[in-house]
Ligand binder design. Structure first.
Ligand SMILES: Nc1ncnc2c1ncn2[C@@H]1O[C@H](COP(=O)(O)OP(=O)(O)OP(=O)(O)O)[C@@H](O)[C@H]1O
Ligand SMILES: C[C@@](O)(CCO)CC(=O)[O-]
Ligand SMILES: [Mg+2]
Length: 405
């Protein structure tokens, strides 16, 4: 369907919900930014964005806040509001809805958005939300112009912990905004409880917008996080190219959140700085990671039918994850809390690696199909005694879904 720039302005209220999953990276984080392959999968933890668009202009009803753009971040307990007149003043009178293919956020736009954030009272302890707020203002005003509306966001994902919270935020918000703008159509599939999957071209458009949002939050994202959040399943990702992986046997993962805060943008920049100091050594590291991801991708797709084949397959996956963890340490993105998780799980013969940008955040532990629940309970108890939080996730599920009210 053709983007219908501006037409949303003349309709009545529009209500849309969108949800997008977080992800785990099995191998290849950071190296993927430098052109290596990586393997990622969607998980069953979601960010939900709901959007209520009000009729534009005076005299059309809508009540309090009807001439403002509002954002309610439920998990942080914070709400933000920008009068439409203020948005027009800061971003220029010529700002208009343009839900077609996105242009990147220009330096002038980013500076104007920074001024719009200064109007808000963001508590110092939550200043890290500024990156997400900037991405929100960019996506909202680029897609819908200054049409009044209210977005409410809630998430199952820990924020800034390596499970792709920034990408799930950008994908669910872009999905809701583009659907509300009438710029995308749904596919044939209508899922459980009224959730709908967008058609392929529509998902691609959402993914492009989410990538622009990720650029504001991450600086230099590879695009893997927004792609797996948009399209779901398990994917191999290399230089912007996505290949779906058919995971033939279930992959069971325990996630441990060390609760050590970190920031993907700074970690990605740190690896790039190391690469510019030691270009040859780091090129070899990235090449080794590429080989690991390629090998893991083909092992994931093997069919293992009996216990011996399953164990042999899982041993290979575990060994590749262990090797990747060594190389991530080499890139300088491990952390003492991550090392504690690795040592603890190894006591139970379980292999772990960091996932996402590292520097704290979450660690993956591969749970072999034949391991006993008693081992899992013991290792979980020991990890939690360090103050970490453990949870199990389903791997390889749905990507973005929308719900039209
Ligand atoms: N639900 C949300 N509401 C508002 N902002 C969010 C939300 N989720 C993420 N963000 C923004 O994204 C930032 C976290 O992104 P960051 O990329 O550092 O971590 P991550 O995406 O959780 O981990 P990784 O990139 O390693 O997978 C937060 O500081 C915030 O600015
Ligand atoms: C660290 C990184 O490789 C993954 C973050 O989940 C960054 C990226 O690819 O954009
Ligand atoms: Mg992120």
């Amino acid at each position: 369907m053709d983007p219908v720039a501006g037409t949303a302005e003349h309709r009545g209220p529009v209500e849309v919900r969108a949800r997008a999953p977080g992800k785990i990276i099995l191998t290849g984080e950071h190296a993927v930014v430098h052109g290596s392959a990586a393997v990622a999968a969607a998980i069953d933890l979601y960010t939900n964005s709901s959007l209520l668009l009000r009729p534009a202009g005076p005299g059309e009803g809508g009540g309090a806040g009807s001439s403002a753009v509002e954002l309610d971040l439920r998990d942080s307990g914070l709400t933000f509001s920008w009068p439409c007149s203020r948005l027009r003043g800061a971003l220029g009178e010529e700002i208009s809805a343009n839900p077609g293919a996105p242009a990147p956020c220009s330096p002038d736009q980013l500076a104007a958005i920074a001024r719009l954030l200064q109007d808000q009272d963001i508590p110092e302890a939550k200043i890290w939300l500024s990156a997400g707020l900037s991405a929100f203002l960019f996506l909202y005003t680029s897609i819908l112009g200054c049409r009044p509306g209210k977005a409410v966001v809630s998430s199952d994902l820990p924020m800034g912990a390596g499970l792709g919270s920034s990408a799930a935020f950008c994908v669910s918000m872009s999905g809701a905004l583009l659907t509300a703008a009438g710029a995308v159509s749904v596919g044939a599939h209508r899922g459980a409880e009224g959730w709908e999957v967008l058609e392929k071209g529509a998902l691609e458009l959402v993914n492009q917008w989410a990538f622009q949002g990720e650029k504001i939050i991450h600086g230099k994202p590879s695009g893997i996080d927004n792609s797996v959040s948009t399209f779901g399943k398990m994917i191999k990702f290399k230089k912007g190219e996505l290949t779906n992986l058919e995971s033939r046997n279930p992959v069971k993962m325990l996630i441990t959140d060390t609760r050590v805060g970190r920031n993907t943008k700074a970690l990605v920049a740190g690896v790039s700085e190391r690469a510019s100091r030691h270009p040859d050594a780091m090129a070899s590291v990235f090449h080794a990671v590429n080989t690991i991801s390629e090998e893991l991708s083909s092992i994931v797709e093997l069919v293992a039918e009996d216990e011996i084949a399953i164990t042999s397959k899982e041993d290979k996956l575990a060994e590749l994850m262990e090797m990747n963890q060594g190389l991530l340490q080499c890139m300088g993105v491990s952390h003492s809390s991550i090392e504690t998780v690795l040592r603890t799980t190894l006591k139970y013969s379980l292999v772990s690696k960091l996932t996402g940008a590292g520097g704290g955040g979450c660690v993956l532990t591969l749970i072999p199909t034949l391991s006993s629940n008693i081992v899992l309970e013991k290792v979980t108890r020991e990890l939690e005694s360090h103050g970490y939080r453990c949870f199990k996730v389903e791997v390889g599920g749905r990507g973005l879904q929308v719900f039209r009210g």
